[in-house]
Design a binder for this molecule. Structure first.
Ligand code: DGL
Length: 271
């Protein structure tokens, strides 16, 4: 199928996390129109079975295709880890399917450092072993220390940021002795950039913190350029945001990232 430059960018996540990616896209591709789906009805994905996450991802891809998107960007590490292959096959040539893990791994390889690297993410992402497998494929000498940090997504979605509760939870997870000596910590969940500063502070600014937003956006730009699919006109004044359940926090965070541009709609998607 022939894709067109004026089609929107389709993005999905389980909640607000993918907004960190959408925001980075808005920064470097200001002409593009974004259609965002936050599956807040099923949040968090991190505790769901791979089969469930694959099913949700397929259905949401269909929605983004109905909205004529030229990309289906899986802005969720959990779904990128378990559903990328299936969504790619399902979508076929109807859109470009992208995940948030590959650009991070490629970036890490390009630094040429081995040593110890930490990865934190949901249970689904960490238990899948995807980061470890992909990183060591291109950098076999890297010691990847992975840890599931399942309380962080509900904590963020409940608005506990930069306060005592979030500091205690972050500390409880990150003071794990296995992280001693890491030079880089990968935020393997698109929600975590919202607490980037707190994590950086925990490591006394001595560890490189990688979050996927700008890396994913730069990779998207490169792919659209190569395929001659960059929108030459300004479609960005009409971004559309959909959620499968209304949450006040989604409303607040989406307005924080996109200011007055937010058109948020709750869909009865699963009922
Ligand atoms: N933001 C997501 C991720 O990157 C989803 C987290 C969740 O819903 O558990 O994994």
């Amino acid at each position: 199928m022939n894709l067109r430059a004026d089609q929107p960018i389709g993005i999905f996540d389980s909640g607000v996390g993918g907004l960190t990616v959408a925001h980075a896209i808005k920064d470097i591709l200001p002409q593009e129109k974004i259609i965002y789906f936050g599956d807040t009805f099923h949040l968090p994905y991190g505790d769901k079975s791979s089969d469930s996450v694959r099913y949700y991802s397929r259905k949401i891809s269909d929605f983004l295709l109905e909205k004529s998107c030229k990309t289906v960007l899986i802005a969720c590490n959990t779904a990128s880890a378990s559903a990328f292959k299936e969504v790619t096959e399902h979508v076929g040539d109807r859109a470009i399917v992208l995940n948030v893990i590959d650009p991070v791994v490629t970036h890490l390889w390009s630094g040429g450092r081995s040593g110890r690297v930490g990865v934190i993410g949901t249970k689904g992402t960490i238990n899948s072993g995807t980061y470890k497998d992909k990183i060591t494929r291109g950098a076999p000498a890297t010691d990847v220390i992975s840890k599931a940090t399942p309380l962080l997504v509900p904590m963020i979605e409940e608005g506990f940021i930069e306060d005592e509760i979030s500091s205690s939870i972050i500390k409880a997870y990150l003071e794990d002795k296995r992280f001693a000596g890491i030079h880089t910590m990968i935020l393997g969940c698109t929600h975590y950039p919202i607490i980037h500063n707190q994590i950086e502070k925990f490591f006394n600014h001595e560890v490189d913190i990688i979050d996927s937003g700008h890396l994913v956006a730069a990779n998207l730009k490169k792919i659209l350029e190569e395929r001659n699919l960059l929108n030459p006109l300004n479609g960005s004044d009409k971004h559309e945001f959909y959620v499968s359940d209304y949450t006040e926090f989604f409303d607040r965070i989406s307005r924080m990232f996109f200011e007055e541009e937010v058109h948020l709609e709750k869909l009865d998607f699963w009922t």
